[in-house]
Design a protein around this ligand. Structure first.
Ligand SMILES: C[S@@+](CC[C@H](N)C(=O)[O-])C[C@H]1O[C@@H](n2cnc3c(N)ncnc32)[C@H](O)[C@@H]1O
Length: 363
């Protein structure tokens, strides 16, 4: 890719090589989007090896397209080809089991195909982003469309349904105990597709959850997802700005997953969250794990965060208010916002995750 941690040879040839590699990788990710949307990975996982005609028939697509896509996947090493010297229509392709977990299995914690959908969504309103850079304005979340909101939801679905209430919250006994008690209530700020609310409700059978989001289509999706997962009787979703001081309710937990860095008024929202807490309740912020300070030699995760930030998170954050946090929200920024919102203490929860940090905000 364009940037690496290794010392780069600063020649035009070396940069050309890196840009070409970046183009191949970028198109590779976009082709993951096609494979995901068209069901190609699922068919290869279920019925492979397949030749282009078989894949086309099963997926309801055209053979010539299926053939080109399979060849591209093979040259990128995502699928394996059985006899590359066979005539083009007769070559058979398969998805190695380890790749199937990442590309085809929606329930696997390794499932990462939605990353492609998220990236496609993040770059979709590019002309608006260019205009915003010039004008110093923002690009509303809604302009990023279905791919962004659905990709975001599908990316987090597995861990929010399987890990949030079953592994992560049990690592914070004070919170875990409160959520398991009769009459417990939780709020999900910036709920998106609703999977955190649903995951909480499934993990704690007595818990009632209210999810809030500014985006209307996200609320519609969240309601449908809650019904699909059988928790619509205990999970309620409402289209609301979480910075709105009129937001009412009494909660044991206010949870916000990948939201604080997107808010135009994060301090206002944290102040609202603090006001909603019952005695002994707390706010849990799950957000991107970023280094303590800027370093050009950062790792791949922070480079990915900057990628989302320059195209999506910063423009949509600036459309929502003045904060302009961006995806690379450093621990110091969270502490500063929490302090300004009146929290007494910010404690990192003992949840070891390569990509996310969990901040307990205690009033
Ligand atoms: C990155 S998404 C995270 C969605 C969800 N929590 C998840 O983990 O999949 C950020 C969400 O915050 C919502 N959002 C942004 N500003 C908001 C605000 N002021 N009030 C309520 N929701 C907001 C967006 O609409 C979006 O759904």
């Amino acid at each position: 890719m364009i940037a690496t941690n290794e010392r780069q040879t600063r020649t035009a040839e070396a940069l050309t090589e890196r840009l070409l590699e970046a183009a191949a990788s970028t198109f590779g990710l976009f082709a993951v989007y096609l494979g995901d949307r068209l069901g190609y990975y699922r068919h290869l996982a279920d019925a492979g090896p397949l030749d282009p005609g078989e894949l086309a028939r099963r997926s309801g697509t055209h053979e010539r397209y299926a053939r080109e896509w399979l060849e591209q996947q093979a040259v990128l090493g995502l699928v394996e080809v059985e006899h590359e010297d066979a005539p083009a229509q007769e070559r058979r392709f398969s998805l190695p089991p380890a790749h199937a977990a990442v590309l085809a299995d929606e329930d696997s914690l390794d499932f990462l195909a939605p990353l492609a959908q998220l990236v496609v969504g993040a770059v979709s309103p590019m002309p608006l982003v260019v205009r915003a850079y010039r004008a110093g304005t923002g690009v509303p979340f809604s302009e990023y469309g279905r791919d962004l909101r659905e990709g975001q939801g599908r990316m987090n679905r597995g861990m929010l349904l399987q890990q949030l209430g079953h592994e992560w919250l049990p690592a914070v006994p004070a919170l875990h105990g409160r959520l398991a008690a009769a009459g417990a209530r939780a709020a999900d700020f910036g709920c998106g597709q609703g999977y955190a609310s649903i995951g909480l409700a499934r993990a704690y059978p007595a818990l009632r959850v209210d999810g809030f989001d500014l985006d209307g289509p996200s609320i519609d999706d969240a309601r449908a997802n809650a019904a699909r997962h059988g928790v619509a009787d205990r999970v309620r979703f409402e289209r609301r700005d979480v910075s709105d001081p009129a937001l009412a309710g009494r909660y044991d937990l206010v949870f916000a997953c990948e939201v604080l860095h997107d808010l135009g008024d994060p301090v206002g929202a944290l102040r609202v969250a603090r006001g909603l807490l019952r005695e002994g309740g707390e706010v849990l912020i799950m957000d991107e794990r970023a280094g303590e300070r800027f370093a050009a030699g950062c790792g791949v995760w922070e480079r990915v965060l900057y990628g989302f930030s320059v195209h999506h998170c910063l423009p949509s954050c600036l459309a929502d208010g003045d904060a302009g946090t961006g995806t690379v929200m450093r621990p110091e920024t969270v502490r500063r916002y929490a302090q300004a919102a009146g929290f007494r203490q910010v404690v990192l929860a003992p949840i070891d995750h390569p990509f996310f940090a969990f901040y307990r905000l205690i009033p």
